[in-house]
Write a protein that binds this ligand. Structure first.
Ligand code: ADP
Length: 260
């Protein structure tokens, strides 16, 4: 090779290296930006309920409210906001467990009727208080499925919780379980506010919430669906959604069958 060719090759490889370094720097900067956003989100989500707990308790201590019914409302408010912080902490722990691969796939026979009953039991008080009709339909061929019980319970819990949260009291929620030779399908359908079509892709992202204003009204961390989706994939399934604004949403968990 002539010296000129050698030098040109050297220059080209240095150029390639330069581009590679630039791309790496950009990736690191992006990661740093995402991390900062995440920390900002986290501290906001923790500060908001704590700020309301503080103002409720200050009002009680300063005896701004003394009427027993109002005092009770303030105490209920404190309880609700405390619940928000606790459930946020639990969701963060669940996400951390997924990231640290601390969860193990432990397949066992899961009886469908028990699974649905357990899930609904967690919301029993709210369901009766809000006068809701829960329509459960289990196809007679789907008695059980072999999967990780803890994961599938958590997935359904998050989906039913959202169905209740994003629909009005008095409206109905439908759970429909059916199966074919390969899969078991679990649908959670509500008659709630729905999700705008252009946001459907993003709702499964960690911390993603549709419209900030909505969130003020409903509360929430934006982690529930990310957890549901990641756990569904962990048990070799798929989580999909279809929704119409003002009509309602249907989330479908599809998991591979190993029935007994
Ligand atoms: P959040 O803690 O806010 O409920 P999720 O990850 O569970 O977080 O959901 C992300 C966003 O998707 C919610 O903020 C909400 O706007 C929207 N969403 C989820 N489930 C429903 C539903 N059943 N009906 C309408 N919107 C929903």
């Amino acid at each position: 090779k002539s010296r000129v060719v050698e030098l040109r090759e050297l220059a080209e490889s240095m150029n390639d290296m330069g581009l590679e370094i630039k791309a790496k720097i950009k990736a690191l900067q992006d990661e740093e930006r995402r991390r900062n956003e995440l920390i900002a989100n986290l501290s906001h989500d923790i500060k908001t309920p704590i700020a309301s707990i503080r103002s409720y308790s200050e009002a009680l201590v300063d005896e701004v409210v003394t009427d027993p019914a109002e005092v009770r409302n303030y105490l209920l408010g404190i309880g609700k906001q405390t619940e928000r912080v606790v459930s946020f902490a639990n969701e963060l722990l669940a996400i951390a467990a997924i990231d640290d691969k601390e969860i193990a796939y432990k397949p066992e026979v899961v009886w469908i009727d028990e699974l649905i009953l357990d899930t609904l039991q967690a919301f029993e008080a709210q369901i009766s208080r809000e006068n809701r009709l829960i329509d459960v339909q289990i196809n007679e061929d789907c008695v059980s499925v072999v999967t990780d019980k803890v994961c599938i319970q958590r997935i359904l819990y998050n989906l039913v919780g959202n169905a209740i949260k994003f629909s009005k009291p008095g409206t109905s929620i439908k759970l429909h379980i059916y199966c074919d030779n390969t899969f078991t399908y679990m649908e959670v359908k509500d008659e709630g506010i729905g999700i705008p079509e252009d946001e459907l892709e993003r709702i499964f992202e960690r911390f993603y919430r549709v419209e900030k204003s909505r969130n003020q009204q409903y509360g929430g961390s934006g982690l529930g669906l990310a957890i549901a989706k990641e756990l569904t994939e962990f048990i070799h399934g798929k989580l999909t959604v279809s929704s119409g604004q003002g009509i309602g949403s249907t989330f479908m968990v599809q998991i591979p069958n190993q029935r007994v």
